[in-house]
Design a protein around this ligand. Structure first.
Ligand code: H79
Length: 499
């Protein structure tokens, strides 16, 4: 009997875990009845100002995880941390049999060695530009609490390293000069800050201590946005602990303050929660912040799941691991084909793909990342028209690839080429816009478009066939650009038939 209860309790537990994740892997649940929420959204769900439109148009972004964790690169003295730490940037929490002795202390002193002799922000920015990134997100402070800028509010910062210089400033300046918008990643949670606690502060002493941490967080955020006025927005992380969740009044006011002092700033949904502890989305299911930050290493299967929100997907090259990982062997690392597929998946659903890079302790990208940047860049040079400034096309998903749309242009990025070279596009029968002309972005040659009304009973669609030249060779996904126009009238079709 006791055993049975234990088992069912375990099941309940597992169930509640899966339920708490469910919002990212299915349609957004909305409460049957709206309730009063005092600390709900501050900005409207769909800001239409220039900054927000710019965000929606980026298509491709670059994430950079760079901090003290770049020095070990997921290993220490020849011993791998794989399996002992959650990810390379989590190496400070390395535990179990393989963890080095006194490891946390070793890690906390790594700043004394941070001296990236090959760091050249202009080189990074140039590489990102050549890859086709239109925005970038830089880790100003990860969970270890080490600030990559010379903050006045903690000694644990870049100015105390042998490198001394302000890495964040170099990055903000270099990327801005390349025309790439800069966003700052900021972890609220800190592993070794004596004023931080994960649990809800209860005693007066704890409350006083955590209030110091909150004030410090506010100071750092104001400092970052003041020091680097080119910053377009913030990408928050480490906001899941109870202490932060219970500080909803403080975080609400802080969001208001940031928006008042830095008009136009873009803040993600991971920053805060409502008074009922609902994160990302409040108790009514309304988004908190300007874009949904839930798509970390995951993709929505259906457009409807996004509920019309602006969003980005941040993606690693290895399965997990954002900071430098010296050894990629034995891991599946995503290919440029995988990543281009994910990019088109995102943009076809109105999202941006942000590809992560984890430079090493000397400031060099991983050689594998250099290759990916080059391959993606080469593809983007030909095909970026299908990526930039586009929107969801509103057509049923195609088995052949992804649709995107800009004005009266429809793009189909083909990943699965039909064996008969006929690319069939399904269009609702009632549609007032249908493909009229088609060409490949790679060579601009006109392709034949044939209306194939195959006449399936009860079918809501009619079909347009784009015929690919048999001698057309493609080693990667390719884009067909179609111009949309009015369908032929019945009279015109009759004329065609008589000719
Ligand atoms: O910086 C990279 C990662 O180090 C960081 N986000 C990316 C961009 C990251 N930190 N943690 N995680 C990702 C995953 C964290 C998962 C958990 Fe939890 C935190 C499991 C338990 C606490 C959040 C809250 C998810 C479940 C409950």
């Amino acid at each position: 009997m006791i055993k049975k209860i234990q088992i069912s309790l375990l099941c309940l537990c597992l169930l509640s875990i899966s339920v708490s994740y469910a919002q990212w892997t299915g349609p957004k649940r909305k409460p049957a009845q709206r309730i009063e929420v005092k600390y709900g959204p501050i900005t409207p769900k769909n800001r239409t100002d220039e900054n927000m439109e710019r965000f929606r148009n980026y298509g491709l972004g670059q994430f950079i995880h760079w901090g003290l964790y770049a020095i070990p690169g997921n290993e220490w003295e020849g011993v791998s941390a794989r399996g002992g730490a959650a990810a390379s940037e989590w190496i400070r929490s390395w535990g179990g049999a393989t963890a080095p002795k006194d490891w946390k202390n070793t890690y906390d002193n790594l700043y004394k060695q941070f001296n990236p002799k090959d760091f050249d922000a202009k080189k990074w920015a140039k590489q990102a530009k050549d890859m086709g990134a239109r925005y970038m997100i830089f880790t100003t402070k990860h969970h270890d609490g080490f600030a990559m800028w010379p903050t006045k509010y903690s000694d644990y910062n870049i100015s105390k390293t042998p490198y001394k210089k302000d890495v964040t400033k170099e990055i903000v300046d270099a990327y801005t000069a390349e025309g790439i918008d800069v966003y700052l990643y900021f972890s609220v949670l800190e592993w070794n800050n004596p004023n931080y606690m994960g649990a809800e502060p209860k005693t007066p002493e704890e409350k006083e201590k955590f209030q110091k941490f909150l004030d410090y967080t506010r100071n750092q955020l104001l400092e970052l946005l003041t020091n680097y006025p080119q910053t377009k927005g913030l990408w928050f992380d480490g906001t899941w602990d109870k202490s932060w969740i219970m500080a909803y009044e403080f975080t609400y006011n802080l969001e208001k303050e940031l928006r008042t002092k830095f008009p136009g700033i873009i803040i993600g949904s991971r920053f805060r929660n409502d008074e009922f502890g609902k994160r990302h989305f409040d108790s009514n299911g309304d988004i908190l912040g300007d874009y949904e930050q839930g798509w970390e290493r995951k993709l929505p299967a259906e457009f409807e799941w996004l509920d019309g929100n602006t969003w980005d997907c941040v993606m690693t090259v290895p399965p997990n691991g954002w900071g430098y990982m010296k050894d990629w062997s034995g891991l599946y690392t995503k290919t440029s084909d995988d990543l281009i597929d994910m990019l088109m998946h995102c943009v076809s659903m109105n999202g941006n793909l942000v590809l992560n890079f984890g430079p090493d302790g000397n400031g060099k990208m991983h050689p594998g990342e250099d290759i990916l940047a080059k391959e993606i860049g080469e593809w983007m040079k030909v095909n970026s028209e299908a990526v930039y400034d586009v929107r969801h096309a509103g057509l049923s998903p195609s088995k052949l690839g992804y649709f995107t749309r800009k004005e009266n242009n429809l793009y189909l990025t083909v990943f699965n080429r039909p064996v008969n070279n006929i690319v069939r596009i399904a269009v609702p029968k009632k549609s007032t816009e249908v493909p009229k002309t088609a060409k490949l972005l790679v060579d601009s040659k006109e392709l034949k478009v044939v209306h194939s009304d195959i006449g399936l009973d009860l079918d809501q669609s009619t079909y347009y066939d784009v015929v690919l030249p048999e001698n057309f060779n493609a080693k990667k996904a390719f884009v067909i650009k179609m111009e949309l126009g009015a369908p032929k009238t019945a009279a015109e079709k009759l004329m065609d038939a008589k000719m």
